[in-house]
Design a protein around this ligand. Structure first.
Ligand code: NAD
Length: 362
């Protein structure tokens, strides 16, 4: 500390008590190193978003892949310069335990496989990043958390919105309440799907269905916008096209009873295009629309405030935040218990839709 003060004084960079040094000027040496990330599952999200984002990150980089598709290996090796020693399949990924190039294993598989592979990843002793939705059931979420705790590794869930500045403003407003007390809240997301491809997203066993895929964005948003946890949840499913939506719902509507009599509603839908988070308060309103989009979240408030801060790449921001939490050994922004809370609610919505009863949450 003494040395640092002396240095600051000598270089004259502390002006009137205000440091003009960039915040990273005094990072310990290890914090200038990049963490090595291995992506598990090289599907659409890894290929289209995460791997390109890992070319932009400051604190981590793509160093390894785990895939069950041999034909993808040369393509990824050529594009990202990944050496043979950092290429794994689902059967031998345990070997990452002995690979010093890899610090983080990122699970980007169908949701129904997250728990199996996140637990395998934790057992290698490497840190674990797991895509949203965290898993299919709360029991699976807890098993991932337990495995990470047992192995003393950090666990982050890939909720990129919580790293996004306009969303962070909404989260701040849940505490500062510039528009007064919350009265009503809504989070709807969906798009009109005419001919959905027959992939795992239509397969209940693998964790398909919009209530998982994008419902967790709505549920998470209702929780971070209110700053509260629901006391009870009601769900209702609509299916006007059972010939298409055989295993998963076309539309899921849900209502939350928050403390103090505040009610929130939401829906995930394959029947219409919608993407809005709207908060009505005693002295005004604010909304983000879209509240979940790769290319920019935008919003406005009743006093004319615009929420339109643009960041180049949400995934790069998320992974850098998560890498810094590891490098600086501080809590991650979106831990496992946050992902699990949403899955508890997804299960309650589905149980309510099945029984027609409101489900109380403890
Ligand atoms: P995808 O279908 O494009 O890719 C899935 C990958 O898993 C493929 O490479 C496939 O080969 C592999 N796989 C391994 N075992 C499989 C099996 N038994 N069945 C099917 N595929 C199998 O899916 P995706 O869009 O890349 O989604 C992967 C994960 O990422 C999901 O959990 C999804 O929710 C999440 N995701 C998150 C975001 C985000 O914005 N955070 C966006 C898209 C997807």
């Amino acid at each position: 500390m003494q040395k640092r003060r002396t240095f600051i004084k000598k270089t004259g960079l502390l002006l009137g008590g205000i440091s003009i040094l960039p915040q990273y000027a005094f990072r310990p040496k290890f914090q200038t190193q990049k963490l090595g990330v291995a992506l598990v599952g090289l599907g659409g999200y890894s290929r289209g978003q995460l791997a390109p984002a890992l070319q932009l990150t400051e604190h981590c980089e793509l160093r390894g892949i785990v895939t069950g598709s041999p034909e993808k290996i040369p393509v990824w090796q050529k594009k990202y310069g990944i050496p043979d020693k950092n290429v794994y399949n689902y059967g031998n990924m345990d070997g990452i335990a002995n690979n010093p190039d890899i610090d983080v294993i990122y699970i980007v598989l169908p949701t129904g496989l997250h728990s199996e592979y996140a637990i395998k990843a934790a057992n290698t002793g490497k840190h674990v990043w797991c895509e949203k939705p965290m898993a299919k059931t709360a029991v699976e979420c807890q098993a991932i958390i337990d495995a990470c705790n047992k192995n003393k590794v950090k666990l982050s869930i890939g909720y990129r919105m919580q790293h996004e500045p306009n969303t962070q403003k909404i989260i701040e407003w849940s505490k500062t309440k510039p528009f007064g007390e919350l009265e009503k809240l809504r989070a709807d997301i969906g798009w009109r799907t005419t001919n959905p491809p027959d992939t795992w997203r239509m397969d209940a066993e693998l964790g398909g269905g919009l209530i998982y895929d994008v419902g967790v964005y709505c549920i998470n948003a209702l929780r971070y916008t209110s700053g509260m946890e629901p006391l009870a949840v009601t769900g209702r499913i609509e299916n006007s096209r059972p010939e298409i939506f055989k295993e998963v719902a076309e539309v899921t509507n849900f209502e939350f009873d928050f403390p103090e009599g505040i009610r929130a509603s939401g829906k995930t839908t394959a029947a219409e295009t919608v993407n809005i988070l709207r908060s009505d308060c005693a002295k005004g309103w604010y909304e983000l629309s879209p509240f979940q989009a790769y290319n920019g979240v935008q919003g406005k408030a009743s006093d004319g405030t615009l929420l339109n801060t643009y960041i180049e790449n949400q995934q790069a921001r998320q992974m850098d935040d998560d890498a810094l939490a590891i490098l600086q050994n501080r809590p991650v922004m979106v831990p496992g218990k946050e992902g699990m809370k949403d899955i508890v609610i997804v299960e309650a919505i589905n149980a309510s839709a099945k029984t027609g009863k409101t489900i109380k949450l403890s």
